[in-house]
Design a protein around this ligand. Structure first.
Ligand code: HEC
Length: 185
């Protein structure tokens, strides 16, 4: 028994020494191009929105083929699909205790719609569409929520200017963030 303990101790000692003797094996330093390729975030004010342009009609068609299997069309009311993520309606519940949270009733920034669906949707194939197609889907979602007109085009200039119904519905929990922790001036 005593001998076994010694063997275990020696084995541990040797293996730690082997581990510390190895050089750290870092990879190739990331270039700015590598970092840019992985940087997908669009900021609420529209910074980093990509090139491209979309419209409501094209968005409606894309929605039918890529999204409707899980999400309702505005005039459908399938409770199962609503449980997944209700995308339309709910305006009349704003300001009540039970807000029906949708893009139209809840989301404060139009740019987040683009950012979210490009990053996460369709659920089974995120980022699989082009930037223009994601602009079209954003246009369609905003239009069916009564926020933009049928013939409005959506691109990096027009999207940040769209005013969301609930844009003033959020308060900053940390209004006094020290300068050094702010991501932007
Ligand atoms: C395979 C099913 C599926 C498909 C297809 C799909 N979604 Fe979703 N979607 C989901 C699920 C599940 C959630 C909820 C995710 C969560 O809460 O984390 C969601 C959430 C969302 C939300 C956020 C809703 C909210 O207010 O919280 C949006 C917007 C959205 N999807 C848009 C789309 C669009 C646009 C497409 C088509 C390009 C699409 N989805 C395709 C399953 C799907």
């Amino acid at each position: 028994m005593y001998m076994r303990k010694i063997i275990i101790f020696v084995t541990l000692l040797v293996s730690t020494q082997i581990a510390t003797a190895q050089e750290p094996r870092f990879g190739v330093p990331a270039t700015q191009a590598d970092i840019d390729k992985r940087f997908w975030s669009v900021f609420p004010d529209g910074e980093f929105l990509p090139e491209g342009e979309g419209n409501v009609a094209e968005g409606r068609e894309l929605f039918e083929y890529n999204c409707n299997i899980c999400h309702n069309f505005p005039d459908e009311n399938d409770p199962n699909k609503n449980a997944i993520g209700k995308l339309f309606g709910g305006h009349e519940t704003r300001g009540t205790a039970n807000v029906d949270r949708t893009i139209g009733s809840y989301w404060p920034y139009p740019t987040t719609v683009f950012n979210y669906i490009r990053r996460a949707m369709p659920l089974i194939a995120p980022m699989s569409l082009t930037n223009s197609e994601y602009y079209s889907l954003t246009a369609y979602l905003l239009h069916e929520n009564g926020i933009i007109a049928e013939d409005d085009v959506v691109n990096r200039d027009t999207l940040p200017k769209v005013e969301m119904p609930n844009r003033d519905g959020f308060v900053n929990a940390y209004p006094e963030v020290p300068e050094k922790y702010r991501t932007k001036p």
